[in-house]
Design a protein around this ligand. Structure first.
Ligand code: EPU
Length: 421
């Protein structure tokens, strides 16, 4: 429950990146040596991934955002669909298990309902690199004697890039992957693999060469900051006309988001390394946003901006080019009196005073956006569907409270879930 109208003020630390940690957890199964991962966010997607790893007999301890993993006793079992469908990132186990065992079966993935999320590029890539792929009713089986050759992706899929790099680590020769995604989360995976001794190089722009090696070392690796959590907090603060500083955030990984915040009228301060300050300066200007692959504006930030845009004096436009069903939050915003038009991949957001009511979040970023809507609405807003938010945000409500929001839990079940992670 949120009573709107309070300005967010103060300094908070950003969490570790969900979308970096998940592929890195999958890649950690490539080594028999101990892996220590620091700054791992304690969120339900990470817990779901860990329960799959535990099922595969990977030993782990996870406390205070430090994860110690030992995959020396890993067993190559089929991952049942009731486990794999807990999250999208379960599909990221295909690459590492294929590299390690030469064959693996993984149930179909789940994840947020933001449109169809096919794996055709992953499968096409595996096949071009010498693997057989068999897509069954509830699981996919990949088999390969060796992974090698060249593959150019139809579009730079983040997950397919990560899966194909992982699959290539023990290649008897080398693989070349073209048109790869270069999101910071892909670069983090490459850094992690290189820290274990993997041979991965960018040989041209957006082209990666992986030269196979026989085995990987262990690692002690820091998961980088979560640029989407940082962006979400900045948007929340700006929307409330606040003044905040995010500790641990690197501005260079967030240029498109910071640019749009500046364009809307926020003062952005990046003079202190690894800190981003934001201050409201008396106005909210309209902007146009078009989501795209990095370094363009990230799709994971558009729903938060759609709430912020209700503050702008004139209409703003969002064009979503990555996912086909990422405007479900708009229906909920309309319940709060937001004036928004959606047509296909485009939303037009008009100046509107939001009013509190009961709304629901249907996906991770959409739910966080409903919370931001509550912060700026007149009166009280009840947000349900928080379990979607806990897939990716570790202590979002607590951070907002610390920054001065009037927000509290009214549902004991959700509260229990939050505490148990
Ligand atoms: N696509 C295909 N075929 C494929 C793979 C992707 O058509 O085989 C399409 C997708 O349907 C989508 C587009 O390509 O339309 C981009 O998908 P991509 O594979 O790049 O995304 P992803 O790996 O499934 C990750 C993040 C998402 C984030 C996207 C884009 C993880 C676990 N998820 O998804 O994060 O939106 O990259 O940056 O890393 C979130 O955190 O809220 C979230 C959805």
């Amino acid at each position: 429950m949120i009573n709107g109208g309070r300005k967010l003020k103060g300094k908070v630390s950003v969490q570790g990146s969900k979308n970096s940690a998940l592929p890195i957890l999958a890649a950690a199964t490539l080594t028999n040596k101990k892996v220590i991962l620091r700054n791992v966010p304690d969120i339900s997607d990470i817990r779901a991934m860990l329960s799959i790893l535990g099922y595969l007999n990977v030993k782990y301890e996870f406390e205070n955002n430090v994860l110690e993993m030992d995959s020396s006793g890993i067993e190559n079992k089929e991952i049942p669909e009731e486990m794999s469908n807990q999250l999208r990132a379960s599909s990221l186990l295909l690459g590492p298990l294929l590299a390690r065992f030469g064959t693996c079966s993984v149930g179909m993935p789940g994840g947020c309902s933001i449109g169809p999320r096919p794996l055709n590029i992953h499968f096409d890539g595996f096949e071009h690199l010498g693997s057989d792929i068999e897509v069954g009713e509830s699981a996919v089986t990949a088999t390969a004697e060796d992974i090698h050759g060249e593959y150019a992706m139809d579009l730079p899929s983040v997950g397919a890039t990560q899966n194909l790099i992982n699959a290539s680590i023990f290649s008897k020769s080398a693989t070349v992957l073209r048109n790869v995604a270069v999101e910071p989360e892909v670069m983090a995976l490459i850094d992690f693999l290189q820290s274990m001794g993997a041979e991965i190089q960018f040989i041209e722009q957006n082209t990666v060469q992986v030269t196979g090696i026989q085995q990987l070392k262990g690692a002690d690796f820091q998961i980088p900051f979560d640029r989407i959590e940082a962006g979400t907090l900045l948007v929340a603060a700006f929307a409330t006309k606040g003044d905040i500083t995010i500790k641990g955030a690197v501005a260079d990984d967030m240029t498109a988001v910071l640019q749009k915040l500046k364009d809307m009228g926020a003062a952005i301060d990046v003079s202190v390394p690894n800190e981003i300050g934001l201050k409201y300066q008396g106005e909210f200007k309209p902007v146009s946003i078009r989501t795209g692959v990095h370094p363009a504006f990230p799709t994971d930030m558009q729903s938060q901006f759609s709430v912020l845009m209700t503050r702008a004096e004139e209409s703003s436009v969002i064009t979503e080019t990555i996912f086909s069903n990422r405007f479900s939050h708009v229906r909920e915003m309309a319940k709060m009196n937001a004036k928004v038009l959606v047509e296909n991949d485009m939303a037009v957001i008009f100046n509107s005073q939001l009013t509190g009511c009961s709304v629901e979040g249907f996906d991770l970023r959409g739910t966080a956006s409903m919370v931001i809507a509550g912060l700026i609405a007149r009166g009280a807003t009840r947000v349900s569907g928080l379990e979607n938010m806990y897939r990716g945000y570790e202590s979002f409500i607590e951070k907002l409270e610390y920054l001065g929001a009037d927000v509290y839990y009214v549902d004991e079940i959700v509260d229990e879930m939050r505490k148990s992670g």
